[in-house]
Write a protein that binds this ligand. Structure first.
Ligand code: 1HE
Length: 258
């Protein structure tokens, strides 16, 4: 790939993937989207959780507006671009490995679509969200109408898009867009600590949690219950359960205590 913007490393069973284009505020051009798709389609061997982070003061400024301006894409070309974003972000959401996003500064437009594909969002107090597409005469195209609308409700998304206003981290926390709020610069450490804890879960449980719950949300209640029973039949009877539950039975396991 010609313009690698992703930096990747492993820390035990946690893969850390970092957007490294802060001179453009981590704006996503076609290469970046292709790299994201490739990384999440082929996660490093042994990765049991992934942290998605970004260098610089801003997580991600969304669609590369300079590239879009320069390319003067046709409707068919931009539809293909959007479908590339959808493929890449579907890999994140449905890939079966839990993804924790560490956010700071601007998480706007396509940046919010990217963060919205993660399973847990940790933001520091500098984090803010916006969907400023209306200002440029464009629309979302990276999956926000599905993922962001679900996370914050369609009503809030419509209001954010119509007004172009900024939603600060505290409000993001209040409405459940952020799962954790940290002091400035602490989001990555918090995300890493969560990811290490998540990586200790049984991989099949994690797979069902991140792929199953979102997929079942797309189904009718009756299909969802049926699918849940199938997933549970597979997960609850896996060999790892015997090992883990013997710790409970033999009173060696940590209790679920407040
Ligand atoms: C960019 C981009 C970009 C910055 N594409 N180059 N997204 C937006 O509407 C966000 C537009 N960007 C901003 O509002 C600001 O840049 C930020 C608030 C993110 C950051 O501000 P700041 O003062 O820290 O940086 P800057 O000086 O504005 O930007 C630094 C450089 O990054 C500058 O280039 P330079 O050559 O002058 O140094 C900017 O041009 C460049 N840059 N953002 C390209 N987005 C699938 S559809 C998705 C729809 C969308 O995502 S719409 C886009 C929403």
């Amino acid at each position: 790939m010609t313009h690698p913007i992703l930096e990747t490393r492993m820390e035990d069973a946690v893969a850390v993937v970092t957007l490294n284009r802060s001179e453009r505020r981590n704006a996503l051009d076609e290469h970046a989207i292709a790299e994201i798709e490739h990384f999440f389609a082929h996660p490093p061997a042994g990765a049991r959780a992934i942290v998605l982070a970004a260098r610089g003061p801003h997580f991600c400024a969304g669609l590369d507006l300079r590239e879009h301006h320069a390319k003067q894409r046709s409707p068919a070309e931009f539809m293909r671009v959007c479908q590339g974003w959808h493929r890449a972000f579907d890999r994140i959401q449905h890939g079966g490995i839990p993804v924790v996003a560490a956010l700071q500064g601007a998480v706007v437009g396509g940046g919010l679509e990217l963060a919205g594909a993660a399973h847990i969002r940790v933001g520091d107090r500098t984090t803010y969200f916006a969907l400023p597409e209306g200002q440029w005469g464009i629309f979302t195209g990276g999956g926000a109408t599905v993922r962001v609308a679900r996370l914050i409700t369609p009503n809030r998304m419509i209001e954010l898009m119509l007004t172009g206003r900024v939603m600060r981290a505290e409000e993001g926390m209040q409405i459940g867009l952020l799962n954790y709020l940290t002091e400035p610069s602490d989001a990555l450490a918090q995300a890493m600590s969560l990811a290490h804890k998540i990586a200790a879960n049984a991989p099949l449980s994690n797979y069902s949690i991140v792929a199953g719950i979102n997929k079942i949300w797309d189904m009718s209640a009756s299909d969802g219950l049926f699918t849940e029973s199938l997933l549970a039949a597979l997960v609850q009877t896996s060999p790892e359960v015997q090992v883990r539950l013997s710790e409970f039975v033999e009173k060696r396991a940590a209790k679920v205590a407040a």
